[in-house]
Design a protein around this ligand. Structure first.
Ligand code: FES
Length: 132
């Protein structure tokens, strides 16, 4: 389902996540499959103050997924991302933990790019494309 797309950075692979309008301000996030440190996992994108942010979907407290229902990352105020398991909250634009058992921790950022009405993510040394 992923599609490689050309990039202005000749060496950077960018993989399609979804259409840009699928990720609304403070709304549901969109998940995408990755391998992280060799393990299968997911990343996600959310929109906060107009900008799209991407993170590995792995809590800094216990390394499990954050969303209680698929794509539900924001808590009710829309100001923080929240882990559904023990309520850790994270600042959407930095991934830093702002409260809960993850204190001092941070979500692992994933580089994302919004262009031509689509959102792409960019693999790095740790977060790689999902196994076929
Ligand atoms: S696993 Fe996320 S707060 Fe405990």
């Amino acid at each position: 389902m992923s599609t490689d797309a050309s990039s202005s950075d000749a060496n950077a692979t960018q993989i399609l996540v979804c259409a840009a309008d699928a990720v609304q301000e403070g709304g549901k996030g969109v998940r995408f499959p990755v391998t992280a440190g060799g393990d299968d996992g997911t990343g996600f994108v959310v929109r906060y103050q107009g900008i799209v942010y991407g993170y590995l979907n792995r809590c800094a407290h216990v390394p499990i997924e954050l969303d209680w229902a698929e794509g539900e990352f924001f808590e009710s105020s829309g100001l923080y991302l929240m882990c559904s398991t023990h309520g850790a909250i994270y600042v959407p634009d930095s991934g830093f933990c702002a409260g809960g058992p993850c204190r001092g921790g941070r979500l692992r950022p994933i580089t994302v790019v919004e262009r031509d009405q689509h959102i792409y993510w960019q693999p790095d040394d740790y977060v790689r494309p999902a196994r076929a």
